[in-house]
Design a protein around this ligand. Structure first.
Ligand code: PFF
Length: 440
């Protein structure tokens, strides 16, 4: 079926763009500190369980909607019927996209500063108190705002290039680069004195640590990391061709995304143990603890520069995908050009992320950064995930779903039946339970 909608031009491009969306700050910044504060191995096992049991079928559900409708959100929620009753789930996704852009761009901006400081050797011979004071001072000021705006302008430049010449081309270059840097770090990790302790912390599960809180955090992390529940993968799938294998692609994203999270753990924990730091440092683990560690390593400023480039690359390919939700919405539904849509989005996001950034300084009382993060990750994404599953499981015609998952790519029917069963019952119930428990 040709709809005239632009499509990704190659299989590699599809994997690079979708994995690029999934692999981001969630894997390299959030996963290690979540695992670090939630007991390592036990958290990892829960996380992997949720990625494959709930995550992969939910990715299939988003892909099914996106490719069947060849439209982003909320249009995909009108598939097979003409009422606008389901549109609100799509608008929830668009709101989530604005909120994520607001806080994600701030952390992404910090990576630019840390690349610069690594290159100039600013961390050399500093104590942890000095680095802490420096980090606090930096994130609360206007310098952080400038980096955030610069990051958003780079994002706009990619978006203006369009799906093939912007998103796909940039992902094709950056994703292999990201994997090369990751592998270089892993090899370096092998030679650290704390390698054994770090790896055993990550892989040795202590089941006494499995509290409801750990389980909830693992599901939330799985959703955030797979870019699920806000229409990002619906939008990307609207650019897939008829012969893109949906189930296989969903599996590949889950495997590569989990691999990067584990590699990030293998990079960070041995370093943490080698230099006598605590893995339970929290969100500042990457920005305060790692520069201290790099400081003590031979060739530290090179490793440090590489690490923050890795973080910047991962953030960019993810933020592009969040922006695409809004750009596709503005051009599909409001019918404005891609260029205008990109500038509208960039202008609004510059305002919101400036406010988020300043909420570490003069606007501290607003707590905006944390509110944006909390509302998008803990409320809108799980609710959106339930919405996607309910729509595909209960509202969409079963023949259409089977057509996308089975007929177009020949995935065995028994597997499609299991996936649909999970989409219909297991995933919504599981997400709802976690959501309610999380709210309480
Ligand atoms: N998956 C990204 C990460 O792990 O950093 C974050 C993200 C991207 C969330 C795109 C949502 C989204 F739509």
């Amino acid at each position: 079926m040709s709809t005239g909608r632009i499509e990704f031009s190659s299989k590699f491009g599809i994997i690079a763009a979708t994995v690029g969306s999934a692999v981001g700050l969630g894997n390299i910044w959030r996963f290690p500190y979540e695992a670090g504060t939630h007991g390592g191995g036990a958290f990892l096992i829960c996380y992997i369980f949720f990625v494959f049991l709930i995550g992969v079928p939910t990715i299939c559900a988003e892909f099914t909607m996106g490719r069947a409708g060849r439209i982003g959100i909320p249009g995909a929620y009108r598939l097979g019927h003409s009422s606008r009753k389901w549109d609100f789930i799509g608008y929830g996704g668009i709101l989530a996209a604005f909120l994520i852009l607001g806080f994600y761009a701030v952390v992404a901006g910090w990576t630019f500063e840390y690349i610069l400081e690594s290159v100039t050797g600013a961390f050399r011979d500093t104590t942890s108190e000095i680095r802490h004071a420096h980090f606090e001072d930096f994130i609360s000021g206007w310098r952080a705002v400038c980096w955030t705006i610069l990051f958003l302008l780079v994002n706009a430049a990619v978006s203006l290039g369009g799906v093939q010449k912007g998103i796909e081309r940039v992902s094709n270059i950056l994703m292999p680069l990201l994997f090369i840097i990751l592998i270089a770090f892993c090899i370096n990790s092998l030679f650290m004195p704390g390698f054994g302790d770090g790896v055993s912390f990550l892989f040795h599960p202590d089941f006494s640590k499995l509290t409801p809180d750990v389980i909830l955090s693992a599901l939330g992390q799985a959703f955030f990391s797979l870019s699920l529940g806000m229409g990002c993968l619906i939008t990307y799938a609207s650019y897939f061709s008829d012969n893109t294998p949906l189930v296989k692609t969903a599996g590949q994203i889950a495997i590569l995304d989990t691999l990067v999270a584990i590699l990030a753990g293998i990079i960070i924990f041995p370093a943490v143990f080698s230099f006598g730091m605590s893995p339970a440092e929290g969100p500042t683990l990457v920005f305060e603890v790692l520069p201290g560690i790099f400081n003590q390593m031979p060739g530290g400023s090179i490793w440090s520069t590489l690490f923050f480039i890795l973080l910047a690359v991962a953030s960019l390919t993810s933020i592009i995908s969040v922006s695409e939700i809004v750009v596709a919405f503005l051009s599909d539904e409001i019918k404005i050009s891609r260029t205008t849509a990109t500038w509208v989005l960039t202008a609004v996001t510059i305002v919101t992320s400036t406010l988020c950034s300043l909420s570490f300084g003069p606007l501290k009382s607003t707590n905006l950064f944390n509110i944006f993060d909390y509302v998008s990750s803990n409320i809108l994404m799980p609710l959106g995930g339930i919405g996607v599953c309910l729509f595909v499981g209960w509202k969409m015609k079963i023949e259409d779903a089977i057509g996308e998952l089975h007929q177009k790519t020949g995935v065995p029917m028994w597997l499609v039946k299991i996936i649909l069963l999970i989409i219909k019952y297991v995933a919504p119930i599981c997400i709802l339970t976690v959501f309610l428990a999380g709210l309480l």
